[in-house]
Write a protein that binds this ligand. Sequence first.
Ligand SMILES: [Zn+2]
Length: 124
Amino acid sequence: MVGPACSARRADGSACRATAGPDGKCFAHSPALRAKAQAARTKGGQNRATSARLGKLVPERLQAIYNLLEEVLNELHKGTVTPQVGGAMAHVASALIKLATAGEIELRLRRLEEQQANSNEKRR
Ligand SMILES: [Zn+2]
């Protein structure tokens, strides 16, 4: 890690070990950086086109899991969620993603097979 560590305490009372910014606090703990992060998030909200484009590639349900995991990462950093809870959530999310991905592939394969069957029918 570069630079001094954050001077803030996590929710469980342990020292935050993230790299500090100019005011001695990390991105999650600094009020100034927090305002900046908030602005960046608002801007992200305005950039929905990117999110919409991503949404076309990522099934809607996976997008929701992604958003939740992103939140958990932030909570883990702040210490408002225990590593046990974070780990359990990541574990369940991983199983959900595997299931959703398998379902998506199955659906696409079925569509392709139907298309193939239809075009074979026409040729006969
Ligand atoms: Zn911190």
